[in-house]
Design a protein around this ligand. Sequence first.
Ligand code: CAA
Length: 386
Amino acid sequence: MNIGIDKIGFAAPSYVLDLADLALARQIDPNKFKIGLLQSEMAVAPITQDIVTLGAQAAAAILSEDDKAAIDMVIVGTESSIDQSKAAAVFIHQLLDIQPFARSIEIKEACYGATAGLSLAKSHIAQFPNSKVLVIASDIAKYGIASGGEPTQGAGAVAMLVSAEPRIMVLNNDNVCQTRDIMDFWRPNYDKYPRVDGKFSTEQYTDCLTTTFDYYVKQTGKSLADFAAMCLHIPFSKQGLKGLQAICQNDEKTLSRLTERFHEAIVYNQVVGNIYTGSIFLSLLSLLENSQTLKAGDSVLFYSYGSGAVCEIFSGTLVEGYHKQLVENRLDQLKERKRLSVAEYEAIFFEEIALDEAGNAIDLPADDCPFALQQVDQHKRIYRKN
Ligand code: CAA
């Protein structure tokens, strides 16, 4: 039985910051962000939009009523959770009116969580071929004003419907993982923003990639010649390019072929920024919607990396007619986001929900997004769908 991605959707918050404006405000050469990091814009979320609303919006864009009746598991991968106990998937399950007899959970391992969710979904479908699993990667990446990671911030969610006989991509059974106990990026419970050893994290990203790929080759007998494209975790686009260069080593022909596809695979990431768990899947969406050369039967190699660190290499093969499941004007949709000034972005960055003594939100602004946080009532988050 073939199991894989049947549908894929994406949602970004309503605001965007041009990194050229940020560079100007921070007195940095704009080319450092544009050429040095290969990033041009970053998505910014107001306090009324969080991983629940973004995840629900990404999934609502792809689900039919039949899907909602068949889904019996909802998995959210995130590292910007809204609650220490309750899973974001439970809120999303309700907001989307998914049938009640479902399992809803949240998975955490930095930017890797949703990839683990995809594997869990695959195993579930293998056992219950008639069911469908909704896997959502939803994150808001905030490093801090004027921090090294600031130009790599972002926000957004990718939703994937996993089923038997999928219409986009069959996931192959060739996954290999690596776990390495390192402190390259982490966030203690008492911290709002992550602590990051930036340079070390970039080295670990690449070393985990090359060592896991060597192991993948040994385990599967496959090589880069078997793949038409590669999608990597994209904390910022230059990091993915460096990863690709590292595994291609001195094979210039393969590097040039895969680099062409890589540039198609970062079109959305460059204007959204890092969405942690979802970055690799946003890159997949970008590749599928922007490549004119990919075709059914082509295989894509994936490298998922979550700091801390856990990584996974796996592959998928495109199904006949996959392009029918995609959107043609996504970049135009992204251009409709409201562009913020740096002052507006900074104000949003520090915005917090003010609570009264009973835990009720005071003056939470109205938000006409498809899904938004409407109220906090005695410390309970209440969401609204339009
Ligand atoms: N014109 C063109 N390029 C320029 C330039 C200019 N004027 N000025 C600098 N550059 C280039 C630099 O040469 C460099 O390119 P190379 O790496 O190819 O040499 C690039 O711009 C970045 O410059 P620096 O290394 O000096 O930048 P920095 O020290 O300010 O920070 C960073 C870089 C450490 C990655 C920082 O952005 C950061 O801490 N980011 C967050 C951590 C991160 O994303 N890590 C990635 C791996 S971990 C992971 O993947 C998990 C995750 O999602 C967090």
